[in-house]
Structures are given as C-alpha cells and as structure tokens.
Write a protein that binds this ligand. Structure first.
Ligand code: AMP
Length: 273
C-alpha cells in the first residue's frame, strides 16, 4: 500500500492508471463500518483509494476537532489488511490555503436536521468532498447511509455540479447491542453507552409500529420521542428519500432519522424503510 499526503502527487499518480477507482473518504479512527465501505470498493473496482482527513471546516468552533479520535497507526494497518492500494493522508495545509473558494450547502436541505444545529457543517463537508473527488477522480465513491443527510447532499452536489462519479450508499454497521458504529462512540462512558441504546431502540419501536400498520408519521414520532425521553433529542424526523416531510410512511420511500446528545456526544442513526 502506498501512502501519499500531497494532493498533486496523488492526482498525478491516478492519472497514470487506466483502472476503475473506488474511493472511500473517512476521518479515520476506522471501524467495521468504514471497513464495509472499503470492502465494497474493493469488490467492484480495480483500484482502491481511502482518505483519512479530519476536516477542520466541518467542525464549528465549539466542537470536538482537537479531541476527535486519531488512531493513525492502527488505521494504516486496517487499510493495508483491507487491500487498499493508496492511503491518502493529507495535512490541513495540503488541502486548504488562505482566502479559499468554498461551496455552500443548499438553503433548505443544508440547514434542516443536522444543519439546523450546525449551520456551517455541510458547507465544510461539501467543500472537502468536492476537493477530494477532484484529487482522486474516482469511478465510484462510497458513503454510509448512517450519515443520510450527508449522503443526500453529496448525491445532490454530484448531480448539480455535473461531476462524473457514481455515489454508492452503504448500509449501517452496528455493534452486537444494536448501537450504530461511530468513531465518536469512544467518548461514551459505560453508563452513557447504555443510555445510547435508546437510539436503535427507538428505531426498532418505529419498525414494530409500522409492521403493525401504524403509518401516521406524527403518531410514530410522538411514540419515539416518549421512548427517547429523558435524552436530549435534536430531532426525530420521518421523511421521504428526497428529505421532504410526509404524513404517512410509504414503504420503499421513507427514512426515519434521529439525532441525540448523550453527555457531550452527538449520535446519529436512521432506518431506511
Ligand atoms: P467518518 O469517518 O465518520 O467521516 O465516516 C466515513 C464514512 O464512513 C462516511 O461515509 C460514513 O457515513 C461511513 N460510516 C460511518 N459509520 C458507519 C457505519 N456504522 N456503517 C457504515 N458506514 C459508516
């Protein structure tokens, strides 16, 4: 496995390849969720690039940029064992200069849900993903459904900016207790982790209601909020796949999204129905 930190070097390197390229952008502290994206990229492409970059522009001032977990050596091992061809490991200065051009998230879809409490977050995400896709020039790029709003906005960016890459969504990997894997789970104490299980629990509750033909989204949302209490809930939303509010669940076109704060940690989860 080759490790490259200079964007120009990587850009020149991939230009010499006459191969399909699968790309997995990450912020490191890799877990089985990331590995499932890498495996999918490995299966369907001749060449695999993974990036590890803790992107400063998607964190707001009061967020955990400095505390964000870093496991560089373990991550390199994981990439090597997963059959990655190139690990792109830039520094912030390799990616950003002064007086930068940047992208703005769309006015509606970028500022609801996670974008409501973190208004600059998706500008940072879209700007960095745009840069990374331009550097790597992949055939396909892999993103987790766990970050459903991110996936939705990146898909929109690629379409609206006429970018030549296929965005591939990948299902959420969970721990044996049902909690969605996340690099941020390491922040949770034993007690907080127990509380966090209410998140997948609330999504199970919703699935069970829907299986019993309760399709009214207000009713499902209220029952989920009751179940999640007393956790600090940022949102429980039931939307169609285009992220519009809906009155009734429509199987095949609905996502139920939850974001909760446990201690100081924001945790996201969702189910696609
Ligand atoms: P991150 O390092 O948290 O920025 O995540 C990098 C990529 O991995 C994103 O596309 C995430 O949606 C995806 N991802 C994170 N957690 C999971 C998970 N538990 N299952 C599947 N994909 C995930």
């Amino acid at each position: 496995m080759k490790i490259i930190s200079n964007p120009h070097e990587l850009n020149n390197y991939v230009k010499t390849l006459d191969k399909t390229i699968g790309f997995v952008p990450t912020m490191g502290a890799l877990h089985e969720g990331h590995i499932s994206l890498i495996k999918e990229a490995r299966k369907n492409n001749e060449f695999v690039v993974v990036s590890i970059f803790v992107n400063p522009t998607q964190f707001s001032k009061d967020e955990d940029l400095d505390k964000y977990p870093r496991k560089d050596e373990a991550d390199k091992k994981i990439c090597e064992l997963s059959g990655v061809d190139v690990l792109f490991f830039p520094n912030a200065e390799d990616i950003y200069g002064d007086d930068e051009v940047s992208l703005l998230a769309p006015n509606v879809r970028g500022y609801v849900l996670e974008g409501h409490t973190r208004p600059t977050h998706f500008n940072g995400v879209l700007t960095v993903v745009n840069k990374l896709l331009n550097i790597v020039k992949p055939t396909r790029a892999y993103f987790g459904k766990k970050d459903a709003q991110q996936l939705n906005l990146i898909t929109l960016m690629v379409k609206q900016l006429f970018m030549n890459v296929e965005i591939v969504p990948i299902d959420t990997k969970r721990d044996s207790d049902g909690l969605a894997l996340s690099s941020r789970n390491v922040y949770l104490s034993k007690e907080q982790r127990k509380e966090a299980l209410k998140i997948p629990g609330s999504l199970n509750l919703a699935s069970n209601l829907i299986a019993k033909k309760v399709l009214d989204t207000k009713e499902i949302q209220e029952k989920m909020l009751d179940y999640l209490s007393p956790l600090e809930v940022f949102y429980v939303e039931i939307l169609d796949r285009e992220f519009n509010k809906v009155e009734n669940v429509e199987i095949g076109n609905t996502i139920i999204l939850v974001e909760v704060k446990v201690g100081e940690t924001r945790l996201l989860d969702n189910i696609w129905l």
